[in-house]
Design a protein around this ligand. Sequence first.
Ligand SMILES: C[S@@+](CC[C@H](N)C(=O)[O-])C[C@H]1O[C@@H](n2cnc3c(N)ncnc32)[C@H](O)[C@@H]1O
Length: 515
Amino acid sequence: MERRLLLAKELLNPDDSVLIVTIDEKEYLRLGMLLEQVFPEARIQMITSVISVQGSTRVGMFSRADEYLYFVFLGDAEVAKVADDMLNETSNYSEKSQLWFQYIRGGKAGKATRREDSKNLFFPLFVDPETGRLVSVGDPVPLGVSRYSVHVPEGTVPVWPLFDDGGEGRWRTGVEIARRWHGKGLLRLGRSKKTESGWSAMSVRSGTEERIDRGEIAVIGRRDDGSAILEERSGANVRSPKTVWNRVSHNAGWHGTKIINQIMPDRSFPFPKALFAVEDALRFVVANKPDATIVDFFSGSGTTAHAVMRLNKQDGGRRRSISITNNEVSADEQKKLRAAGLRPGDPEWERWGICDYITKPRIQAAITGRTPNGDPIKGDYKFTDEFPMADGFEENVEFFTLTYESPMRVQSHREFARIAPLLWLRAGSQGRRIEALPDGWDVAETYGVIDDIDKTDAFVAAMVANPEARIAFIVTDEDRFFEAIANALPEEVEVVRLYDSYLRNFEIDAMRGVR
Ligand SMILES: C[S@@+](CC[C@H](N)C(=O)[O-])C[C@H]1O[C@@H](n2cnc3c(N)ncnc32)[C@H](O)[C@@H]1O
């Protein structure tokens, strides 16, 4: 554990960051001591978290219902107040603290939810399919008039209150309220893989609008689609979280194992964390940091990445998560594979490893809303918000395989393809990735790379023409070449020399070579 913590310390920002470590009853004492030793300047707290009220029997001892989370606060980092104090029943996340709801009345055709039950509540929302922005709210369509006869403004698609089976339902409010909420950013659209239009509508409730007017809920920003990002500010709904967490939503069986089963019906993972427990733990430290980077270097089933997607969806954040795992095959599985004559490294062996069999497909399925077999995921997320798991998330993901490379080969520029993802990550993980340099140089959205001195003019011109390109990687052994290009580039461009100095940047533990 000490080696991992020392590495973690190198990754943490001493001015403002938090390390969260979960641990069970066997090792929490040792871990606590180690944390004090490795992070003497930090503020450390331990949370007791109930993860199974059923308890796990210990003969002659207390039945174990909890595990522990250490929070290590560095610099200015602090705990955000949210709508649940994690302990008292009266403060549980509930319909009371939920801010966004499906705008369609009821999920299914049923009592008072159909179009014909309320004649003024069937009207179209016109959305710009490029941006997801709600452009306008159409007029109610009288009963008996087909929705297909309605004029659709150019550049928009209509979103109607339709049930999953295509039946016509109704919205929760009349058109006046819809238009007012539209004006205030309190009615918005999200991509949905389940609906006919590809969109589903969400809104606040009238009580929320009143609380915004009273200042109890703040509009802290706008999403790209113009809708309001809301945050509880005061009143009965904001509390200091306690050091004991007792929440049904943190039950590892119901909200860890079961979610994995829903996402990947034929695959299992031993002891995943409850998705909502990880989400809560992260919310306390990144609620007010919409651009945070969250690293989980023992990511297992990928719960952390999934929780970050949920947080981003809730507040329009752009948090990034980096999940790292090995590709180990479970002991039982290993026995079977060995008996079949297979060895580690064989493709037939590696495909059963945690990364290839669980972590990657889980993250992919969470985003696409589809199981590895391509079926829509069954069931809904039911927590601070409620929506079908099949809706997925508007997130991007890239998968990389970490390999061992010879520093000599890298230094002599014979492994560019292996280094390429690192450069892209270093430049902000956005836009196209430069995979090879057939022309001696290339400039993508956020960075450029050059290895041919004769192409300097073209490279510099392309960098100047692209103000978003903030980093230039220059592959050279010659100081003169490096300086000449560096001087010709705009001042704002960060110039990084490959490979001589750059190899050192990625070196965490020199004893183990460059990874
Ligand atoms: C206890 S699990 C994490 C569970 C995770 N929190 C979840 O909800 O699924 C620990 C994971 O770390 C991975 N692991 C073990 N040694 C590793 C190493 N040296 N580097 C990266 N991952 C490793 C294992 O494959 C295992 O899946």
